[in-house]
Design a protein around this ligand. Structure first.
Ligand SMILES: C[S@@+](CC[C@H](N)C(=O)[O-])C[C@H]1O[C@@H](n2cnc3c(N)ncnc32)[C@H](O)[C@@H]1O
Length: 295
């Protein structure tokens, strides 16, 4: 099935297989992005199924509105964090939904739009805010955290084993020049780590960028909040489908799905994309999908 230009939805067939969208069903897409998954859910649940899509990136929300305009009032875009799920559903007078999807992480739009500062391949200010009304940018953290705080951030959010080395070097460098650009940071991380420890398959700054992005956007706290509130909002039998892109996220989802008495685990092991999907869409490479059902 074709996606929306600019972002190829990950594990799309698998999402539909587990969510089983049906006419008259009501679904939440917690991370609307450009609307790729939502479009497929709307198509599969025609003519009456509805989607409420949360998206806190104003650029993405505007594009999703445009991309999904043909579905009329079957799609409702809420330009807010999915952390507001409960409040927004009660504002809309909804007390239960038939399914919920969260496709976490960044969209290709955010990665490809150099100016947002998510990518170490395009030179841009070190911003990384998905919701541009938030105060703290990646450059703010690099300027203001102590060496120990920076090292902890890289270690816990990036699982970066060279965290102390990188933090020490960045703190030295910032005494003579501010660290404000993506390519500058990518070079500095490469300089901080001895060549023999550079990973072979990914860029040496990958984990540093991941850690900063998680911190800037409060990603792990957001996921915890979603996992705590969403089960109560699912109707019995309704499915919660979550796609993660790194182990920190996946661990939170796994624990919550296993320990929440309201949920029944539908997949013991996470689903991962087939080789063919990864060939078509390399961004799918690290995706893991977990599914649980409201008892
Ligand atoms: C991987 S993309 C989703 C792509 C989408 N499934 C599609 O097919 O187009 C993740 C999106 O979730 C959004 N997002 C991340 N955290 C969010 C949050 N707490 N609340 C609302 N949206 C969030 C990001 O801004 C990004 O656009």
């Amino acid at each position: 099935m074709a996606g929306v230009p600019g972002h190829v939805p990950v594990l799309l067939d698998e999402v539909l297989r587990w969510l089983q969208p049906r006419d008259s069903g009501l679904y939440v897409d917690a991370t609307l992005g450009l609307g790729g998954h939502s479009r497929a859910i709307l198509t599969a649940s025609a003519p009456g199924g509805r989607v409420i899509g949360f998206e806190w990136d104003d650029q993405a929300a505007a594009m999703a509105r445009k991309n999904l305009a043909a579905y009329g009032d079957r799609i409702q875009v809420v330009a807010a964090s999915y952390v507001q799920l409960q409040a927004e559903l009660s504002r809309l007078d909804i007390d239960g939904v038939d399914g919920l999807l969260a496709d976490l992480g960044v969209s290709s739009l955010q990665l490809d739009k150099g100016e947002r500062g998510f990518s170490f391949q395009v030179d841009a200010p070190l911003d990384m805010r998905m919701d541009r009304s938030r105060q703290v940018r990646a450059a703010t953290l690099l300027a203001e955290l102590s060496e120990a705080q920076l090292a902890d951030l890289l270690y816990y959010y990036g699982e970066e084993r060279q965290a102390r080395r990188i933090a020490r070097y960045l703190v030295q460098v910032r005494q003579r020049e501010p660290i404000e650009r993506t390519l500058q940071l990518a070079h500095l991380v490469a300089e901080a780590i001895p060549k023999k420890y550079h990973p072979r398959r990914v860029h040496v700054a990958t984990k540093t960028f991941q850690a900063l992005r998680i911190a800037v956007n409060g990603e792990l706290d957001n996921i915890r909040a979603l996992l705590a509130t969403a089960p109560a909002l699912l109707k019995p039998g309704g499915c919660m489908v979550i796609i993660t892109f790194h182990s920190l996220e996946d661990r939170l989802v796994k624990q919550a799905f296993e320990q929440d008495d309201r949920l029944q685990l539908l997949l013991k092991k996470p689903l991962e994309p087939q080789a063919e999907e990864i060939r078509r869409n390399p961004r799918a490479r690290s995706a893991k999908m977990r599914v649980a059902q409201r008892k």
